[in-house]
Design a protein around this ligand. Structure first.
Ligand SMILES: [Zn+2]
Length: 201
C-alpha cells in the first residue's frame, strides 16, 4: 500500500492519501481534501467541514439544553423533598404542641384536684348523662360513699304495665341526677352538703 504524504492546504497538518484514494478528511481541521491525479492538484472542500461544525454546534446546544433540563429536574426534586420535610416538620410540631398542651393540662388538673380535695370538695367520677339508665340504688350508694350527705330520691313511677317489660329503660333505672340544682360534667367538684336529687322510673 503506497502512501502519498502531503500537507493540508488549510491548516498545514500532515495528511496522507492511500493508493487510489480520491479524497481524505484532515484529522486536524476536518476539511475534505480532493486529489486530482491528472492535474496533480488538491482541492479543499470546506462545505463538509461547515456541515460538521453545524452538527457539532447542534450537539453542543442539545447537550446544553439537556444539562439545563437536568439542573431544572434537580431543583424540582430538591423543592419536592424540601416541601415533604416541611410537611413532616409541621406534623411533628403539631404532635409536640398537642402532647405538651395535654401534659400541661394534666399537671394543672392534678394540682387543682389536690387543692379542691384539701378544701373538702368532692369530685364526681361521672356526668349526669353518664348516670342515666343506671340503677338508682347503686348510684345512690356510690354518691354516699363519695361523701354526699343530702341525697333525695324521687320515684317517678312512670312505667305503666307492659312498658316495664318492653322499653330499654327498666324499673328503678335513673331518669336524671342533679347536684346543687343542675346537671354536671364528669370530674365536676361539689361540696358534700350540696343537694343531690336522683329521679328514677
Ligand atoms: Zn487541515
Amino acid at each position: 500500500m503506497k502512501l502519498e504524504s502531503m500537507k493540508c492546504p488549510e491548516c498545514n497538518s500532515p495528511i496522507s492519501f492511500e493508493n487510489g484514494q480520491d479524497y481524505v478528511f484532515c484529522s486536524h481541521c476536518g476539511v475534505q481534501i480532493f486529489k486530482n491525479d491528472e492535474t496533480q492538484k488538491i482541492v479543499v472542500n470546506k462545505v463538509i467541514r461547515k456541515i460538521d461544525e453545524a452538527r457539532i454546534k447542534e450537539a453542543e446546544v442539545k447537550k446544553e439544553i439537556r444539562t439545563k433540563e437536568i439542573e431544572q429536574e434537580d431543583r424540582k426534586d430538591r423543592r419536592k423533598y424540601k416541601s415533604i420535610f416541611v410537611k413532616i416538620g409541621i406534623v411533628l410540631a403539631l404532635i409536640i404542641v398537642i402532647f405538651s398542651a395535654y401534659g400541661i393540662w394534666k399537671i394543672y388538673d392534678y394540682f387543682n384536684e389536690q387543692k379542691m380535695l384539701s378544701q373538702g370538695m368532692i369530685r364526681v367520677p361521672n356526668s349526669s348523662i353518664g348516670y342515666q339508665a343506671q340503677n338508682y340504688e347503686v348510684v345512690k350508694k356510690q354518691l354516699e360513699e363519695l361523701g354526699f350527705v343530702d341525697i333525695e330520691t324521687i320515684d317517678l313511677n312512670d312505667l305503666k304495665g307492659w312498658q316495664k317489660y318492653v322499653v330499654t329503660v327498666g324499673e328503678n333505672d335513673i331518669q336524671s341526677v342533679t347536684i346543687a340544682g343542675k346537671e354536671f360534667k364528669r370530674g365536676s367538684y361539689f361540696k358534700p352538703t350540696d343537694k343531690v336529687i336522683i329521679s328514677y322510673h
